[in-house]
Design a protein around this ligand. Structure first.
Ligand SMILES: Nc1ncnc2c1ncn2[C@@H]1O[C@H](COP(=O)(O)OP(=O)(O)O)[C@@H](O)[C@H]1O
Ligand SMILES: [Mg+2]
Length: 392
């Protein structure tokens, strides 16, 4: 059977039109950013574009001639869509289809199936990896990251902090009768013990399980406050650009924790920005229609408030991107790698989403947050967390 993709029938008159240069339909299909597969009446794959080979991690020769079913999880809704088109629908589509196989791992895609319309039973299957689905996958990983820090923080508080105070007390006792020379050593024990306690204390916020106290928060006053703190300290030489949507409704959140989030993000931005000509752009916007269904509930959250922090530094190193929000991931000599882990935890507790986009001279962290509305006060005692708080 000839490759349908390369043998498209001429549309109108067979008389050759003067076309220069000729466009190769195969090149067009291979340039598409979405996987495209052609499946024949018997269910076998007849054609795959480059992106489909990339997606399924298989070459064209391995895919063409094999049944579509073999590539998909058992009972995949994709087969049902193909059936529907065979029974006469011209084109059908479905969002939020999970394709999870040991070979390619979990993906959530929108699937579109259309009849080839060339007199055969062939259909064209197009998959589109959904940006929002990817966001959710990211958030869940980040929450997972925060959870593992939580367990570790609880362990540290118990197994490290208590014995340390014993060690410190013993060193202080020794100090009383120690010679001047030995006192240097007992001081060293105390100082190092204090340093470790300080680190453990910093971790303790992760194991804080109290419910999030939240109410309406004006995000612009939060950003204003954080900018002032930054400009009087670590970001003294940085130029700030503010692009605010003044009509933005309040965030449903916890003010102190949101201050912490944007302080951490702006600190990272300031540390990444070049020494001269460093610039940080803070912006807020209302994004219509962004609704996310998070697994573990059939509720859809609306996250219309977008707050972003952008810097003009070198960008996030490629090898860091997959686990940027994990604890202890740092490239800084005196870094703790706890900044973004805490950001991820707080955003997660708010039911929000954080993503980043990074290239040299332009790295941006985008935080999507829920909006406050009066009904949130009604159902819950004192505006505490409740229905809108989602856990993965
Ligand atoms: N805006 C940014 N530009 C470039 N790299 C960044 C940026 N923000 C974070 N990073 C990278 O992520 C790492 C982790 O950040 P973070 O969790 O705040 O820990 P720390 O700042 O202590 O290193 C940083 O060490 C840095 O390599
Ligand atoms: Mg940091």
């Amino acid at each position: 059977m000839p490759r349908p993709a390369t043998s498209l029938p001429p549309r109108r008159s067979p008389r050759p039109m003067p076309r220069t240069p000729a466009t190769d339909p195969l090149a067009v299909l291979n340039a598409l950013p979405d996987p495209v597969l052609v499946v024949d009446g018997g269910g076998d794959i007849r054609f795959v574009n480059l992106e489909a080979q990339e997606f399924f991690d298989l070459g064209a020769s391995a895919m063409e001639g094999t049944p579509l079913e073999a590539l998909l999880p058992p009972d995949s809704p994709v087969m049902g869509l193909v059936e529907q088109v065979r029974r006469g629908s011209r084109s059908v589509s479905q969002d939020g289809v999970d394709i999870d196989t040991p070979r390619i791992g979990p993906h959530r895609v929108s699937v579109q199936v259309a009849a080839m319309g060339d007199g055969t039973d062939a259909v064209v299957v197009t998959l589109r990896e959904n940006a929002i689905a990817r966001k959710i996958a990211n958030t869940l990983t980040h929450r997972h990251a925060a959870r593992s820090v939580t367990a570790m923080a609880a362990m540290l508080a118990h197994e490290v902090k208590n014995p340390l105070s014993g060690i410190r007390g013993a060193a202080q006792l020794l100090e009383e009768n120690a010679s001047e020379q030995d006192r240097v050593l007992t001081r060293l024990i105390c100082d190092e013990a204090d340093r470790i306690v300080a680190l453990v204390n910093r971790m303790e916020v992760f194991s804080d399980k109290r419910p999030l106290e939240r109410g309406p928060v004006n995000i612009h006053t939060v950003l204003e406050h954080v900018r002032k703190v930054a400009q009087s300290g670590f970001a003294r030489s940085i130029r700030f650009v503010e692009r605010y949507d003044p009509s933005l409704p309040p965030v449903w959140g916890n003010r102190d924790q949101l201050v912490q989030v944007f302080l951490n993000l702006i600190k990272n931005a300031a540390e990444a920005a070049p020494e001269t000509g460093g610039e940080i752009v803070l912006s807020t916007a209302y994004q219509h229609g962004v609704r996310m269904a998070l697994p573990g509930g059939d509720k859809r959250v609306h996250l219309p408030l977008l707050v972003s922090v952008q810097d003009n530094g070198d960008g996030i190193p490629e090898d860091l991107r997959g686990h940027l929000f994990d604890a202890f991931v740092t490239t800084k000599v005196n870094g703790t790698g706890l900044g973004l882990a805490l950001v991820a935890k707080i955003i997660g507790d708010h039911g929000g989403v954080i993503e980043f986009d990074s290239q040299p001279r332009r790295t941006v962290f985008k935080v999507s947050l829920p909006m406050y509305d009066q009904s949130q006060d009604a159902g819950e005692s004192g505006g505490f967390n409740g229905g809108g708080r989602l856990r993965g």
